[in-house]
Design a protein around this ligand. Structure first.
Ligand code: SAM
Ligand code: SF4
Ligand code: SF4
Length: 329
């Protein structure tokens, strides 16, 4: 699960889906919700026939701006020793001393955002954001903490994956993954041509860098259309839930359709009882019914359908696959 433990952040990135950067739950609020996940973990272990593991991607806002992030991480690790923890950060506030602390925490990985060249990254994120991110990647990778980079692609600003990947590799990151931005109100929308151009760019960068041992991770909606491999089925609501700073539960942070609120409701009931989750599990958009990939892709990214069409049950509004679809007889 992805858990936004604070909305506070020193930055105001132009694309950020967090509308208000002031909300910050107390340690007590967070631990009350953690108690519920401990209970869910116990229950899932009893009923699960598959391998079950409750992993946490902790983020914000800027997680390190929460004054009690250390205590909270310790609480998770002591209550759920089998759960793996990753931190999703921008690099702000990450000093050498904090990197030393992180190195002792046995983290699954830390992720930093890099949205392109210095110019592009700072147009999106503000002054000095690029050198801050690079310094943070160096700080964690040099200490042996698995370090990965996340890149957000924008329909009006393609061509930024290559400079981001190059800078990430040089700074010591292991891999980069990229996905299409989820446009907010008034932002440019994705269409099939822009998705195709993004996938072409992804293929080129992936081919170039994988031969140098740097991974370009392509397990995201529609990316299989470019780089081959198994078709990706969005995990929102299935194996992924996100908890926002005010306790609201959503299938994914990119798909802001509330399905419950913690600690007032039980996460197990939310997960197993939500109609919206059921819709995502059963999603088979009519517009995709003739597509060769329909059963495995399940209609691409529901977050984009929601952002651009107001309906997550529709197929990806910017899919460029129709040429691959089963011909209409
Ligand atoms: C909300 S941030 C929190 C972590 C940290 N502050 C950062 O910027 O990396 C987590 C990730 O969400 C991405 N993000 C924010 N708004 C987005 C949007 N509208 N669509 C897609 N990704 C978005 C950010 O670029 C970042 O990689
Ligand atoms: S650094 Fe992260 S949380 Fe802060 S404004 Fe930028 S994307 Fe949002
Ligand atoms: S047409 Fe639908 S099922 Fe096929 S690849 Fe596109 S989004 Fe996925």
């Amino acid at each position: 699960m992805q858990w936004h433990i604070t909305d506070r952040c020193p930055r105001r990135c132009s694309h950020c889906y967090i509308p208000d950067h002031t909300l910050e739950p107390s340690l007590g609020d967070l631990v009350a919700i953690l108690d519920q996940w401990v209970e869910l973990d116990r229950k899932a272990r009893q009923v699960s026939t598959d391998d079950w593991r409750l992993d946490f991607n902790l983020t914000g806002g800027e997680l390190l701006s929460h004054p009690q992030w250390r205590e909270f991480l310790n609480a998770i690790q002591s209550r759920l020793p089998h759960s793996r923890i990753a931190l999703l950060l921008s690099g702000e506030l990450l000093t050498d001393a904090i990197a030393d602390e992180l190195a002792k925490l046995r983290l699954r990985y830390v992720q930093f955002s890099l949205d392109g060249s210095r110019k592009a990254h700072e147009e999106i994120r503000g002054p000095k954001a690029f050198e801050t991110a690079i310094a943070a990647i160096q700080r964690t990778s040099r200490r042996g903490i698995p370090t990965v980079v996340s890149h957000t692609a924008f329909p009006g600003r393609l061509g930024e994956l290559a400079p981001a990947a190059k800078a990430a590799r040089k700074a010591g990151a292991e891999s980069i993954w990229t996905d299409r931005v989820v446009p907010g109100p008034g932002d440019a929308h994705w269409n099939a041509a822009a998705t195709q151009a993004f996938l072409d760019e992804l293929r080129e960068v992936s081919q170039k860098l994988s031969s140098k041992g740097f991974k370009v991770r392509t397990s995201r909606a529609l990316q299989f259309l470019s780089c081959g491999g198994q078709a990706y089925k969005c995990s929102a609501g299935k194996s992924l839930l996100a908890v926002l700073a005010d306790g609201t539960v959503v299938p994914c942070r990119r798909l802001p359709e509330p399905i419950g609120r913690l600690p007032f409701e039980n996460p197990w009931d939310i997960w197993t009882g939500s109609e919206k989750v059921r819709d995502l599990v059963q999603r088979q958009p009519e517009g995709c019914s003739r597509c060769l990939f329909a059963s495995v892709c399940q209609g691409g990214a529901p977050c984009l359908s929601f952002a651009q069409m107001g309906d997550a049950t529709q197929g990806d509004p910017a899919c460029c696959a129709p040429g691959w679809a089963i011909p209409i007889s």
